[in-house]
Design a protein around this ligand. Structure first.
Ligand code: HEM
Length: 210
């Protein structure tokens, strides 16, 4: 029998760390609610001047989706309050839809170049698509499928966390200009591969040894 690294206590600690980071980054991203955008998000000023509604839709709703992840993936809460899980799911899907569409426009109009723009645009498309698949599966009451698509969607929402972990590394090594186009891709492609690996590992372990 294969012994995996990410099981039991390690998995619980890993997930716990991810959820704490999600909530902290979600709260930090809402800093525009308490201070001038030009002061707290200076790089977003060109978006603010050109399309404020699009910018606010993204920075207002994407953090809500991120902050909802620990709630939606809580096994205990889902068992005890299934109604809360359903309403949380509707809110998550709505936030992804609105902020995902907005992020497509932000990606198209980013001042950081075509490679970064393409990375974010593709992320937006895959984020919208995986979340739509999760919603469709839930409506069809195919819950194993719903869970698998939600794991993929969550891995992409967590790009907001990985991006903010990689940024300081990029800035202190090769600098912002050189690292940002790379980070626009590596903030989500490895996350999606990790989700796929987890799902395949589960499917493999579920097959009885013959
Ligand atoms: C997963 C799909 C996402 C895509 C495709 C996406 C895309 C973008 C793009 C293109 C920008 C403008 C970047 C620029 O022009 O330099 C941006 C900014 C921003 N996004 Fe997202 N984003 C996503 C998810 C999230 C999530 C889940 C959060 C939650 C925290 C978030 C929070 C923000 C914030 C706060 C900014 C303003 C920049 C800053 O941090 O100062 N985004 N996003």
């Amino acid at each position: 029998m294969t012994r995996h690294f990410w099981t039991g206590r390690r998995l619980a600690w890993g997930l716990g760390t991810l959820w704490v980071l999600s909530v902290l980054i979600a709260l930090g991203s809402l800093r525009f609610l308490v201070a001038e955008i030009s002061l707290v998000m200076p790089a977003m000023v060109h978006h603010l001047l050109a399309h404020p509604v699009v910018l606010y839709l993204h920075i207002g709703l994407a953090p809500v989706a991120l902050g909802l992840l620990p709630v939606q993936f809580s096994h205990r809460l889902r068992g005890r309050r299934p109604g809360l899980h359903r309403w949380g799911g509707r809110l998550y899907a709505l936030c992804v839809l609105m902020s995902g569409l907005a992020s497509l426009w932000l990606a198209y109009t980013t001042a950081e170049g075509v490679v970064a723009g393409l990375g974010f645009a593709l992320l937006a498309v895959v984020w919208l698509a995986t979340t739509a698949m999760a919603v469709i599966a839930a409506l069809q009451r195919r819950f194993a499928r719903h869970r698998a698509w939600m794991i993929r969607s969550a891995a992409l929402t967590l790009a907001a966390v990985t991006l903010r972990l990689y940024l300081p590394i990029g800035m202190t090594t090769v600098g912002f200009e050189a690292s940002y186009p790379v980070i626009a891709w590596i903030c989500w492609v490895p996350n999606l591969l990790a989700a796929e690996w987890l799902l395949r590992r589960e499917a493999h372990d579920a097959v009885p040894a013959g």
